[in-house]
Design a protein around this ligand. Sequence first.
Ligand code: CP
Length: 309
Amino acid sequence: MSWTRKHLLGLQDLSRDEIQLILDTAEPCKEIFTRPIKKLPTLRGRVMVNLFYEPSTRTRTSFELAGKWMSVDVVNISTNLSSVAKGESLKDTAKTIAALGADFVVIRHYAAGSAKLLAETVQVSVINAGDGAHEHPTQALLDLFTIRDKKGTIEGLHVAIVGDILHSRVARSNIWGLTKMGAKVTVVGPPTLIPPGIEEMGVDVSYDFDEVIPHVDVINMLRIQKERQVAGLFPSLREYSALYGLSRRRLDRAKDDVLVIHPGPTNLGVEITSEVAEDPRASINEQVTNGVAVRMAVLYLLSGGKDIP
Ligand code: CP
């Protein structure tokens, strides 16, 4: 199949074939990591603006590297140092960026729907780097890439997504992506952190991590999002950790070949212990590496590439 979309706003919109194409395109992109000179001329002359209204290490840096390794000119806008701090609206900021000749805008924003609003406002390609609790499509794509790389397939796997489902754009994008690719998904967490009606997205729900853990092939541990939480959703971090944290004791009850992933940043000692994060069954650092390859693939496809570079 060939790619026809101008924007990447979420995985809810994408077909299985489109997701497959991104993952397949990312495979040769990962090979660039082994080269002494990490630079392809593929997108020379294109301009990408990273517009981040929320903090980020992994997403912003990997988009910047993905662009630079494909010879894109990359500009980072820190909203606290830009005219956003003087009250400029998202729409006006976007129009300014478009007038400066950007081809891609990568946006992270605290409001759900902000990437879509931008795509409707300006003529540039918009990539959603996380909008509120809605979607974080490139995170889910790198998670899918890591799962396929480690397990050889996604179809037929049983994946547990554990923790703060309510506030998690990573969970939502993972659910769309995993179910489209044929995985069985169980979301696990305290009742207060699982949104009512989530079963309509095609997932099972469990409040009992210990019951689920022996049956799954992949465990995706989510970060407790202290910045989005209202008080009182669980009694204490200690109790949350005791019931839903991934400890050595709990991991020992999982399948021997279980894959543990986490989008980062981790709250070590809360949702995952440092011992588990460093266990050979965890691929947290590899996820970060794969994020560059996946984001190279996204930039390449959105700019009209037809063959794998
Ligand atoms: N996973 C993720 O989005 O991390 P950052 O907030 O560091 O980009």
